[in-house]
Design a binder for this molecule. Sequence first.
Ligand SMILES: NC(=O)c1ccc[n+]([C@@H]2O[C@H](COP(=O)([O-])OP(=O)(O)OC[C@H]3O[C@@H](n4cnc5c(N)ncnc54)[C@H](OP(=O)(O)O)[C@@H]3O)[C@@H](O)[C@H]2O)c1
Length: 281
Amino acid sequence: MSSSVRTTVLPNGAKVPVLGQGTWKMGEDRRRRADEVAALRLGVDLGMTLIDTAEMYADGGSEEVVREAIGGRRDEVFLVSKVLPSNASRAGVARACEQSLKRLGTDHIELYLLHWRGGVPLAETVAAFETLKSQGKILGWGVSNFDMDDMEELASVPGGEFVQTNQVLYNLSSRGIDYDLLPRSARDGVPIMAYSPVGQGGLTRDKRLAAIGERHGATAAQIALAWTLRHPQVIAIPKAASLGHVRDNRAALDIELTEADLAELDAAFPPPKRKRPLEMG
Ligand SMILES: NC(=O)c1ccc[n+]([C@@H]2O[C@H](COP(=O)([O-])OP(=O)(O)OC[C@H]3O[C@@H](n4cnc5c(N)ncnc54)[C@H](OP(=O)(O)O)[C@@H]3O)[C@@H](O)[C@H]2O)c1
């Protein structure tokens, strides 16, 4: 049973919740596994049905945690996983995807991303993604950590127009994409997936956010998350391994930041006035 979370639409027509769940650092310690699985399951109960993982996380361990969490409810979940740049060749992508499918215990991944740019020509990786799509092993593909020039180059390779998302670092302290990448993505109808939306925990202790939070009966973390979600084409994927944080993150979606809040946030975390190189977490 899922309570409803606002959705956005990918270029291929897939409707996805704007609030999902990250899984970096999950699967690293067996003693934490039960808590991680419980947190992800609660998140799905609350409608945060998009789950982001990667072959890199805990060397596949994160995908195995996700497998356990989605057991018996695969149909409710929209899975995102990522291939490492070192596996981004034609043969490498096919092999890496097969292994991710096995670890995830599924026959398809809804969205498969290139984790960041490496040495393999983009055209080759895109061709490999398109092959996986035609085989039904992935339903769509995207990229991660791509700056403006990378997106331009992607648009110029055959099949590049099928990109479904660009997953990038986006939070109040790292908001350079407000200048260029975010407006461009919105124009192209390609949603941005915001990673580290609460600054890997750093923003949860910010006093300025806490003060705004007091006015909403919310925590600093919730204000940070509500801010990334103010844009209709941003999908945020906070990672939370504790049940309380999962509940707080879901509740953050219902916070309506006022003009005064937003102005205060702009004063504390100034928007970019010129191009800033894309930051990576
Ligand atoms: N594509 C990429 O290159 C890339 C890079 C980084 C991350 N990502 C993806 O994005 C996801 C999210 O980013 P992230 O994990 O770097 O950072 P994040 O989601 O900003 O922060 C996670 C940290 O914040 C804590 N937290 C979460 N919700 C909270 C709340 N409501 N109140 C207080 N603390 C809260 C978590 O604690 P607990 O776990 O203890 O609950 C955890 O320590 C990753 O897990 C991964 O899936 C992708």
